[in-house]
Every structure is written in structure tokens, then in C-alpha cells.
Design a protein around this ligand. Structure first.
Ligand SMILES: Cc1cc2nc3c(=O)[nH]c(=O)nc-3n(C[C@H](O)[C@H](O)[C@H](O)COP(=O)(O)OP(=O)(O)OC[C@H]3O[C@@H](n4cnc5c(N)ncnc54)[C@H](O)[C@@H]3O)c2cc1C
Length: 381
């Protein structure tokens, strides 16, 4: 289905980016995993070659390309071992808030840097006491002259340790529930802003995930995105692309896990024949391949709808739930096919298994997706 949408230019771009990943990402992935961080150098190199925010209009430093180029970047990063590189979160999740809701001055100031890699962004929504229920956030931003004074804390923030600019969810009217939520751009140099430690995670080791603190942190009121009190509506709109971006990760990682499981099962002999030729395992692989195929069909249809500007809330929630669970099933089975070797760091499936665990959690847990889907079915209290 998507094949028809990919043009010659897309294919050329994919080839160029694949070569870039092979040269700049794959050989460095083990070192970045150990360091818990992707160096700024990679961001700058990606920016220089048009691999950051390629969809941004030319006037803001981008190439004005369609969402398929973002799909290509996300897919090829995963295939080339860069599954923790926080670029898709920057390019396709955080920066779109600035283009859609920033003032012209904010766009001129920040977007060229977002495209060049000089400005790395993050989204600061989750708090220690509010993840699934974002209306319950407690970080406040209260006006004082022509500034907001922000107090509160964020946690689990991807790119949080290196980000220069954070799209931050705050309460500008703490008594108004979700109608009091606003989004504000917080530069990392703002007085009163600080970062906590880089969090130790089960997987995604090359991705810096951090706590952020706001103690009488002052930013100009012009840093407000859109209107006060509209933040929740903006989140609901932009979360669709964020979830689609995670669906792409789920699908490509499921494809990678299947490939690892299959190639190992064809090689390793047990009881006189390859693991995969024992019928229980052949059937297991047949089931895995079928699930992965179903996932690809579902994902591609969603990408096509998103490209066409269709509303995808219900279907992307279904996909985020199903693909997030599916990739975990595939990773589990692929590792099982490896026996003890699957538990060893030197085998790629070991890292894939660890990293896929987060996919059914971030950008909305499977349970939250089911909540949205059931509401879409008319099951509201
Ligand atoms: C690696 C990683 C990166 C992340 N990056 C970011 C980021 O860049 N920015 C950001 O803002 N956040 C980020 N997050 C946070 C992530 O979005 C939250 O962890 C997620 O939304 C869940 O929130 P929580 O952890 O507070 O869990 P909780 O909301 O406390 O949920 C706990 C459990 O309760 C379930 N649950 C919640 N509500 C219901 C319900 N109504 N019915 C039934 N079950 C329910 C959940 O599904 C879950 O199983 C990241 C998280 C991880 C792990």
C-alpha cells in the first residue's frame, strides 16, 4: 500500500540515510549505549544533511518534505542499531508544537536550530504523580509581569539530559482541571531550570532520560504556545503523530526480532536438526510472521491516512495498543528460540528484547489506549 506512495525521491533519500546510519550510527551504537547518551555531534551531522525535521518549511531551515521522510528516518535508525536515538521524538513530536502554536518570533528564533541540530528539543509532560492522567499535572506557571514563574517537576523525559528547549505542560489555572493546562517553551538556560540525574533504565540505554526541575523558573510570557488553557487540546491533537511514531518503532522492531529469531532458528541444530525445523518452532515462527505481517498492513494504512490528513485518533490508539503488545510477544518468542544465547549481551535479540519493553508504556500505555478506544465505541461513564 505504501509502496505506491513512495516516489523515486523517497527511495534515494532512504539509500542516502541508510549509508549515513551505517557510517555514523551503527559502529558507534555500543559506545553510546555504554555512555547513556548520543553525542551532539550526531545531531549536528544529521542536521547538516537534512535529516532533522525534513518536513519543516524552507523558511525555517527545513526541506518542506512529507511525513514519509520521517518514517524512513525512524525505520532506518532502528534497522541500523540506533533505536534509542531521540531524533524522531525531536523531529516528529516536539518540534511540530513549535511550528503549529509558536509565535512567529519563537519560530524564527528556534526552528532553524531544530533543523540544524544546534537546538535539541524534548517534551516535558509526565510528572512523578501524573503520567497517564495528564490533567493531574501539578507544575504551575503563574504570570508575573511579562514573565511566567514556573514551579514543579517532570520525570522520564526523553532527550531531557541534553535538550536545549523543552515543550513543557503546565497549569496556568491550577483550579481548572484539564482546562487549566497550557504549553510553554522552556529554554534550558532559563533561570530556575535544572536537570536531575540521567535515569538508569531497563533498556533504551543510549537514550538520555532525565528528571527536570523548575524552581521559580522564569520565562517570557511570549514563550506560551497558542492560548492559555488550550494545552490539553493541543496535546490531544499532536499525540496522534507521537503515537504513530511509536507504532513505527513497534513494527520495525517486531520485524527485526522476527528476522533474528528466524535466522537463528535456521542455523542452530538441536536434536539433530535446526531449531526451526522442529514443528513446534516452525509453527511458532509461522504465527510470529503472520502477526508481523498484520502489523505492517495496519501500520501502512495508518501512515497513508495520516499523510492524507485524515483523523486517526481511534485507529492509531488501536495500533499503539496492539503493536505495542505484539512487538513484546515477538521479542519474547524470538529470544526463546535463541535459548541461553538469547540472554547474552553479544546477541542482538538480547538488546531488542530489553528495548521493546518500553513501547507499550510511553506515549500512552496499552491500558490508556484501550480507554480511548472504548470511549470511541461509546463506552463512556
Ligand atoms: C523510556 C521512557 C521514555 C519516556 N519519555 C517521555 C517523554 O519524553 N516525555 C514525557 O512527558 N513522558 C515520557 N515518558 C513517560 C510515559 O509517557 C509515562 O510513563 C506513561 O504515560 C505512563 O505514566 P506513568 O508511568 O505515570 O504510569 P501510571 O499513569 O501511574 O500508570 C500505572 C499503571 O496504571 C495503568 N492505568 C493508568 N490509568 C488507567 C486506567 N484508567 N485504567 C486502567 N489502567 C490504568 C497504566 O496503564 C499502568 O499500567 C517516558 C517513559 C519511559 C518509560
Amino acid at each position: 500500500m505504501l509502496d505506491q506512495l513512495y516516489s523515486q525521491e523517497h527511495h534515494i533519500f532512504r539509500e542516502a540515510f541508510r549509508r549515513f546510519v551505517a557510517a555514523e550510527v551503527t559502529p558507534n551504537a555500543p559506545a553510546w549505549e555504554a555512555a547513556g547518551l548520543v553525542p551532539r555531534e550526531l545531531w549536528l551531522k544529521m542536521g547538516a544533511q537534512g535529516f532533522l525535521c525534513p518536513w519543516l518549511p524552507g523558511e525555517y531551515g527545513g526541506l518542506g518534505l512529507d511525513f514519509l521522510y520521517s518514517v524512513i528516518i525512524n525505520e532506518e535508525l532502528i534497522r541500523g542499531e540506533g533505536f534509542g536515538v531521540g531524533v524522531p521524538l525531536h523531529s516528529d513530536v516536539a518540534v511540530p508544537y513549535i511550528l503549529s502554536y509558536g509565535t512567529e518570533e519563537a519560530k524564527q528564533r528556534w526552528l532553524p536550530g531544530c533543523a540544524s541540530g544546534e537546538v535539541v528539543t524534548a517534551v516535558g509532560f509526565s510528572e512523578p504523580d501524573a503520567g497517564s492522567d495528564l490533567a493531574a499535572i501539578r507544575t504551575t506557571a503563574l504570570p508575573d509581569g511579562d514573565e511566567y514563574v514556573i514551579n514543579g517537576q517532570k520525570t522520564f523525559i526523553t532527550n531531557g539530559y541534553v535538550a536545549d528547549l523543552i515543550v513543557t505542560a503546565v497549569k496556568t489555572d491550577p483550579a481548572a482541571g484539564h482546562k487549566g493546562v497550557s504549553l510553554i517553551l522552556v529554554p534550558a538556560h532559563a533561570p530556575g531550570f535544572s536537570r536531575g540525574r540521567k535515569l538508569d533504565k531497563m533498556g533504551y540505554h543510549m537514550q538520555d532520560t532525565a528528571e527536570l526541575f523548575f524552581e521559580d523558573c522564569r520565562v517570557p510570557t511570549a514563550n506560551l504556545l497558542g492560548q492559555e488553557g488550550r494545552g490539553f487540546a493541543y496535546l490531544m491533537e499532536k499525540l496522534q503523530q507521537e503515537r504513530l511514531e511509536v507504532c513505527i518503532k513497534c513494527q520495525v522492531m517486531a520485524e527485526e526480532c522476527l528476522a533474528e529469531g528466524l535466522s537463528y532458528a535456521k542455523e542452530r541444530p538441536v536434536f539433530g536438526k535446526p531449531v526451526g525445523l522442529h514443528q513446534a518452532n516452525a509453527f511458532r515462527l509461522a504465527e510470529m510472521a503472520t502477526e508481523v505481517e498484520l502489523g505492517r498492513t495496519f501500520l501502512d494504512s495508518l501512515i497513508a491516512d495520516h499523510l492524507a490528513g485524515k483523523e486517526i485518533v481511534q485507529r492509531v490508539s488501536m495500533a499503539k495498543y496492539w503493536l505495542g503488545e505484539m512487538v513484546n510477544r515477538i521479542a519474547y518468542q524470538a529470544l526463546q528460540l535463541h535459548g541461553g544465547y538469547g540472554y547474552m549481551e553479544e546477541y542482538r535479540i538480547c538488546r531488542l528484547y530489553r528495548d521493546v519493553r518500553a513501547l507499550s508504556i510511553f506515549a500512552g500505555t496499552s491500558e490508556v489506549m484501550k480507554l480511548i478506544i472504548s470511549r470511541g465505541l461509546g463506552l463512556r461513564e
